[in-house]
Design a protein around this ligand. Sequence first.
Ligand SMILES: NC(=O)c1ccc[n+]([C@@H]2O[C@H](COP(=O)([O-])OP(=O)(O)OC[C@H]3O[C@@H](n4cnc5c(N)ncnc54)[C@H](OP(=O)(O)O)[C@@H]3O)[C@@H](O)[C@H]2O)c1
Length: 293
Amino acid sequence: MNDFSFEKTILVTGSGGQLGMEIWKLTERYPSYKFLFTTREDLPIDNFELVKNFFEQQQIDCCINCAAYTAVDRAESEKDKAFLINADAAGNLAAICKAHQAQFIHISTDYVFDGTSSTPYKEEDKVSPENVYGASKLRGEELVLNNNSAAVIIRTSWVYSSFGHNFVKTMLRLLTEKESINVVNDQYGSPTYAGDLAAAIMMIVEKEDSENSQTGIFNYCNTGVTTWYEFARAIKKYIKSKCAINPIASSQYPQPAKRPQYSVLDTTKIKETFGITIPKWKDSLHTCLSFLS
Ligand SMILES: NC(=O)c1ccc[n+]([C@@H]2O[C@H](COP(=O)([O-])OP(=O)(O)OC[C@H]3O[C@@H](n4cnc5c(N)ncnc54)[C@H](OP(=O)(O)O)[C@@H]3O)[C@@H](O)[C@H]2O)c1
C-alpha cells in the first residue's frame, strides 16, 4: 500500500514505553492505518524544532502522545525536566496537531488528585496534585486544552504491561527471589493494563470522524478497587509463590514523592461516550501474567 491508500497516519510518540508498546501490539488489527512509532531517541518531544519539522515532513492525521517523564520520585528533584516533557512539550504537540488538523490524544494521571476523596473521582472533580509529577501532568492537561480544544486527554492509573518497568514485573521478581516482602496496604486505586488502555485509545481514534466523537478529559482504568498489597497477593496467587507478603502502612515505606491515598477514577464518561467495555482488573492482570509467565 502506498501512503495515499491509508485511511489515516497515526504518530505514536514515546513508543518504547509500556503504552506505546501495547499500541504497537495492536497494529495488525488496523491494516488501513499507517503507524509511525517514534521513541525518545527518534523524536524527543521536548525538541520543539524537531517536532515542528517532523509534522511538516509527514502527513499526520492523529498523534497519540505516549511520551512522558514518569519517574515519580525522581521528579521531586528534577522539576524542570518533568515540566518540560509533561507540560511544555505536551502543550506544544497539542498546538502543532491543531495547526496540522491532526487529532491529538494525550495521557494524564490519577496523581492530579490529592486522594482525599472516598468516592471515585469524576473528570470535573477538583484537582490538587500532591507531588511534582502530578503537578507537571496537570499543567500538561491545561496547556493541551488551552492550545487545542479538540484534544482528548485520558487520565489513567497504576499502569502495568508485559513491557517496560512496573509493579507487576517488580513483584514477579521479588515473589520469586524473596521469602517475604512488605507491600503498602493503605493506598486505594485501580490497576490499568496498558493493553486495555491501548485498545480503548484505538476505539477513540476509530470514532474520531463519527457523530459520537467528543473531546476533553476522560478517565480510564480497569474496573474494581484494590490496594498495592491486594494487587501483590493476586500476582502471588497466580504464580503460586510461597513468598510471604506483609501489609504495611505508607508511613512505613517512605518515598520522596507523596502518593494519593485514594485515586480511584470514575469511568462512566468514557464508557458512555465511546461505547467502551472495561475489563475487571483481576481478569486483565491474568491476561498480562499469561504473557509473562
Ligand atoms: N505508569 C503509570 O503507572 C502511569 C499512571 C498514570 C498515568 N500514566 C501516564 O500514562 C502515559 C504512558 O505511561 P507509560 O507507563 O507507558 O510510561 P513509560 O513506560 O515510562 O513510557 C514513557 C516513554 O516516554 C519516553 N520519553 C521520555 N521522555 C521523552 C521525550 N522527551 N521525548 C520522547 N519520548 C520520551 C520514555 O523513553 P525513555 O524510557 O527512553 O526515557 C518512555 O519510552 C504517560 O503519559 C504517563 O504519565 C502512567
